[in-house]
Design a binder for this molecule. Sequence first.
Ligand SMILES: NC(=O)c1ccc[n+]([C@@H]2O[C@H](COP(=O)([O-])OP(=O)(O)OC[C@H]3O[C@@H](n4cnc5c(N)ncnc54)[C@H](O)[C@@H]3O)[C@@H](O)[C@H]2O)c1
Length: 369
Amino acid sequence: MTGTGGIRLAVIGAGSWGTRAHLPNFAKRPDVEVTALVDPRREAVEAAAQQYGVRHIYTDAEQMFQEVGRLDAVVLATPTDTHCRLVRAAVQRGAHVLCEKPLAYTVTEAREMVDALHAANRVGKVGFLFRYSPVVERMRQLVRDGYIGDVQLFESIVLNAQFMNPTAPLHWKMQRARANGGVFVEYGVHSIDLALWFGGPITSVVAHGATLVPARHHDGTNVPVDVDDVSSWIATYASGAEGVFRTGWASLPVGGGGLRVYGTKGSLAWHLDPTTRRSERLLVATVEHPEPRVEFEFAPPYDPATDAGIHPLGLLARYNARLDASFVDDIREGRTSGPTFDDGLAAQRVLAAIRTSLDERRWVDVDET
Ligand SMILES: NC(=O)c1ccc[n+]([C@@H]2O[C@H](COP(=O)([O-])OP(=O)(O)OC[C@H]3O[C@@H](n4cnc5c(N)ncnc54)[C@H](O)[C@@H]3O)[C@@H](O)[C@H]2O)c1
């Protein structure tokens, strides 16, 4: 942190995630002043600034960087294709950065962002919030303690019905030019980050994807969708283990998804209630005691701020609150805890291999350079 007093922070992007997930956390902290809010959508930025008491609003980030005065930190919640330029500008301005996932559009961009951050000696964090699930944390600790022996198989299923309705309009997340892929980028990057966190480097992937709704409404016409609504991939780890992944945003979930890790001595499963997203459990089975048992459960009391409505953030809001708090702690203590920009780059390399595999219908090695 620079200077005295609270951390002066700007939030760039007053869309869904910026206003629902990040702003409420920073706005209520006495040690943080949300100094500026930026979004080209004037009405949205004005409404959110009023709701959270943000003093300065801008419709252009460059102008904000020039005019805002002292700036300690930036939270970036904008479309993927804007991340690199905005992170570089923030770091140049001397700010620590919390950048939403995926870190960048390409590996080249992600590398530039990592280099810029390190050169400026700033704190960087990526919005891989599932690392802040108490169950996922416990699960990883058990894996690291050798509780299930050597990891042999990692399995992840993330499915929801967010874009199941074929009349839902085209979103920037469905445009390759903006996101470089569909659901394998949007949700898959979380699974990839966890896969790397649990099992170490991934060396190769083979992927398949499908566009379930081939055209969407946009500006009065129907336009073709050029990204995946569902995608699956197999990954090989440097350790010899295997990873299996499925993601989808246009399918009704049933029976729950989550994460499973299978080892030489036992297996672990993380289960998040897919509908209410208000409770999560860790299941354990070991070779000595193969009957699965609940090892740990997290089900905080109902909170209307996060748990009401048809698509509540539920526990995701709690994970994100912990991630945001740890960003502030990192700044105060001059340290960088994960997920770091380097973690974002590692996940980006796997995303790039999946992108190539989808395009060329073949196994692809993950480029580690
Ligand atoms: N960590 C998570 O679980 C999670 C969940 C949802 C979204 N996200 C990420 O958050 C980011 C935003 O996603 P969203 O769902 O809020 O999308 P969104 O479309 O709802 O919001 C994006 C906002 O950015 C604004 N914007 C576009 N270009 C801008 C620019 N140059 N400067 C300032 N604002 C700009 C848009 O007007 C819009 O209001 C993405 O990176 C997304 O992947 C992360």
